[in-house]
Design a protein around this ligand. Structure first.
Ligand code: IVH
Length: 690
């Protein structure tokens, strides 16, 4: 190789033109290796060239350009993940599951377009984390996470670690000044296995599946960690193009079809599904291609969870338009749940926050739809009977998409007589006290509220995101501090011995300060969060809000009889009984007094947050996709104006606010005359009438 001869030879040979050429050579080899998977040189030869460039740039910093192959490495210091707006919102896709759904999709597209036959482009649905890239004047200027679809986080430094993403590309050749490209960050099956082997060798827990491995890397603090994960990217959609002055239209350009965009991306050095795509006329060949690909999915080097079918003509795409959730010109075809058989080796009984004892089946690990499954909850005694499970049984398990794996059935025909009955314990597996079961329930419960398992689970719930949201505390720290005797109950969270924690591994000065300030901040959380955090049975977030709104102070509940609680929205007999029991329990009251003395807010501060009383006494429920507000923002707005959020459609509901694609709630509400069905805009009018 001619370039190798340059190395360490003659300083005079170092001139911008030659270094540009060297960069080009390195980029070409990166492309051969990372995009085409067909390297032309050995790793050693590549490294020699790379190091030569690195040395030369060090000695001649004026030669460094931002698209030099050496400029991928970044430091954690310049990682800030600021929020930025996408040029075009990142929508989701509608799903289809069978030939009939696809035929339906095609029929609608034909009706809307008036065409007899539509040309489609089909490509894999990559199972990773979506990103958006912007190139301006041929340079990669920004990479963003999907975020909420409208805004994402700037993750440029991390994305530069992925070698199949070019730092620069000659868009200007096509008259393109600025372009926004969408794609998926994935981890190949091979890299996933290798990475997990590394983790296990270091005594760390392996990652669950390649998708988590990819999505978990996007916001990592240390870009070197990202580089170490060996990620890959497929780019599959051009969402925005700004042409330079020379070209005002895309007519006749590669961007008039989707398949043309994929070709253009491929030609410019991106890994687009150029080889995997197929362009066909009409829906039948689409169905055939999807089913064909599904049959071969296990032979692919990466995970896919379906196919994406796109109308190929971009003008037609624009004509078909989109709903607020998904385009009408594309649909995902989801693959069927994957099934596998494995052996049920044992049943472990776990005790949860409310003392419920849950049997968990321990299985011989099997790889299923991107995850290694080794345990599955089998819910309760009845479920075990229903599925006819025995220890030693072969069982059929299944996992559909994101869904938690399940046991479909046991395979009794494979029994050899050595299988054992599953015996449900009479005593708590943790504290050994007797278990109880109410007649109406399927669950056995440990009712000893001092039971270690319950105490720990309660604390985990208390600090969690939806409860007191004590950032950087988390399950791992609760368990660790508990085991070390540094934490024994909920009030203990506010009495931690920081001097002792400071000495622990993994607790530097900074992380200790963060923990301490998060704990401090949580003292001012609104009352509904505290009520939810207490973990009262049947009291979810919505009920906690109703309860908080009904009192001035949490101790008011000690004076409220069950009948009074029953008058509250969404509070039925079971819930009222549970709340009443909680506040009649001396230990609970003692805990609340302790929290009060530690400075935790137990008063209802809601009055300060009420912006108006425009919606006083009115109940609201939001359904479908809203356009202007996020669901949580809309709910907060209703509450700030004196309204109350309820969780279901009933005669107690005053307003159902309907976004796009509203479903069963709308249908139900239509049947109840007293419910006013209004749009998002009408809701905003109610809050602030002009
Ligand atoms: S097109 C407006 N194509 O699937 C078009 N998406 O369920 C937007 N995905 O958010 C997407 N492979 O993260 C498209 N070949 C592909 C894809 C793909 C994976 C992801 C993407 C999207 C999600 C929708």
């Amino acid at each position: 190789m001619e370039f190798l001869a340059l190395i360490n030879v003659n300083k005079d040979l170092v001139c911008p033109e030659r270094i540009d050429l060297l960069k080009e050579v390195l980029r070409f080899h990166e492309y051969r290796y990372y995009v085409m998977s067909e390297p032309l040189v050995s790793d050693f030869e590549y490294d020699q060239l790379y190091q030569f460039l690195q040395r030369t740039e060090k000695e001649n910093p004026e030669l460094i350009t931002s698209d030099s192959p050496t400029q991928r490495v970044g430091s954690s210091l310049n990682q800030n993940f600021i929020t930025v707006q996408h040029l075009v919102p990142m929508l989701s896709l509608d799903n289809s599951y069978n030939a009939e759904d696809l035929t339906d999709f095609d029929r609608k597209a034909r009706e809307l377009s008036g065409l007899e036959t539509i040309e489609y482009c089909i490509e894999p649905k990559f199972d990773g984390a979506s990103i958006s890239l912007i190139y301006e004047n041929d340079m990669l200027v920004r990479a963003t996470t999907r975020g909420d679809g409208v805004e994402g986080e700037d993750i440029t430094t991390n994305i530069k670690q992925i070698r199949s993403i070019p730092l620069s590309a000659l868009f200007s050749k096509y008259g393109i000044k600025q372009i926004e490209i969408r794609g998926e960050i994935i981890m190949s099956k091979q890299s996933f296995t290798r990475y997990n082997e590394q983790l296990v060798a270091q005594n760390l827990a392996p990652l669950a599946n390649p998708r988590n491995a990819a999505s978990g890397s996007l916001r990592m603090k240390d870009p070197k960690e990202v580089a170490n994960r060996n990620l890959d990217a497929f780019l599959y959609h051009v969402s925005y193009v700004l042409l330079d002055d020379r070209r005002q239209t895309t007519d006749g350009q590669p961007l008039s079809t989707h398949s043309g965009s994929l070709q253009l991306l491929w030609d410019l050095g991106f890994r687009s599904p150029q080889k995997e795509k197929r362009v066909v006329q009409g829906i039948q060949p689409v169905i055939d291609y999807c089913l064909n690909f599904e049959a071969g999915r296990d032979n692919l080097p990466y995970e896919i969870d379906g196919m994406v079918v796109k109308v190929n003509d971009i003008t037609l795409q624009e004509k078909l338009g989109m709903t607020s959730h998904h385009p009408r010109w594309a649909i995902a075809f989801k693959f069927k749940a994957r099934q596998a058989t494995t052996r049920l080796r044992a049943i472990e009984f776990q005790v949860g926050r409310t003392g419920a004892v849950t049997p968990v089946a321990k299985l011989d690990p099997v790889y299923l739809g991107g995850v290694t499954v080794s345990s599955i909850s089998v819910h309760n005694e009845e479920y075990i009977k229903e599925k006819d499970l025995k220890i030693g049984d072969s069982v059929l398990i299944e996992r559909a998409g994101d869904v938690i794996p399940q046991i479909v059935k046991s395979l009794p025909e494979l029994r050899d007589g050595t299988e054992d009955e599953i015996l449900f314990p009479k005593q708590c597996p943790v504290c050994k006290s007797e278990l109880f079961k109410e007649e109406t329930e399927a669950v056995w419960r440990c009712i000893n509220i001092e039971c270690e398992a319950q105490v720990v689970e309660k604390m985990i719930h208390f600090v969690s995101k939806d409860a007191m949201d004590i950032k950087s505390f988390g399950e791992a720290n609760v368990r660790k501090f508990y085991e070390m005797g540094l934490l024994k109950d909920i009030p203990g969270i506010y009495e931690l011995a920081y001097e002792q924690i400071g000495g622990l591994e993994g607790f530097g000065k900074k992380s200790l300060e963060n923990l301490q300030s998060a704990i401090e901040a949580s003292k001012q959380q609104p009352l509904h969060r505290l009520i939810y955090a207490l973990g009262i049975r049947f009291v979810g977030e919505t009920t906690a809000k109703t309860l908080a709104n009904a009192v001035e102070h949490v101790f008011d509940f000690t004076k409220k009889p069950e009948e009074e609680l029953l008058l509250l929205e969404d509070v039925g007999v079971k819930v009222a009984k549970s709340i009443h029991q909680f506040f009649m329990n001396e230990q609970n009251i003692e805990m609340l007094h302790k929290l009060q003395s530690l400075g935790i807010q137990l008063k209802n501060e809601k009055k300060e947050t009420v912006a108006s009383t425009a919606l006083q006494g009115q109940t609201f429920l939001f359904t479908g996709t809203l356009n202007k507000l996020k669901r949580s923002e809309a709910e907060a707005l209703a509450e700030q104006n004196g309204g109350q959020i309820v969780s279901g459609v009933s005669s107690k509901l005053n307003y159902l606010v309907v976004g796009e694609d509203a479903g069963s709630k709308l249908e139900k509400a239509k049947k109840i005359n007293t419910i006013k069905i209004i749009s998002e805009d009408e809701f905003l009018q109610l809050v602030s009438p002009e």
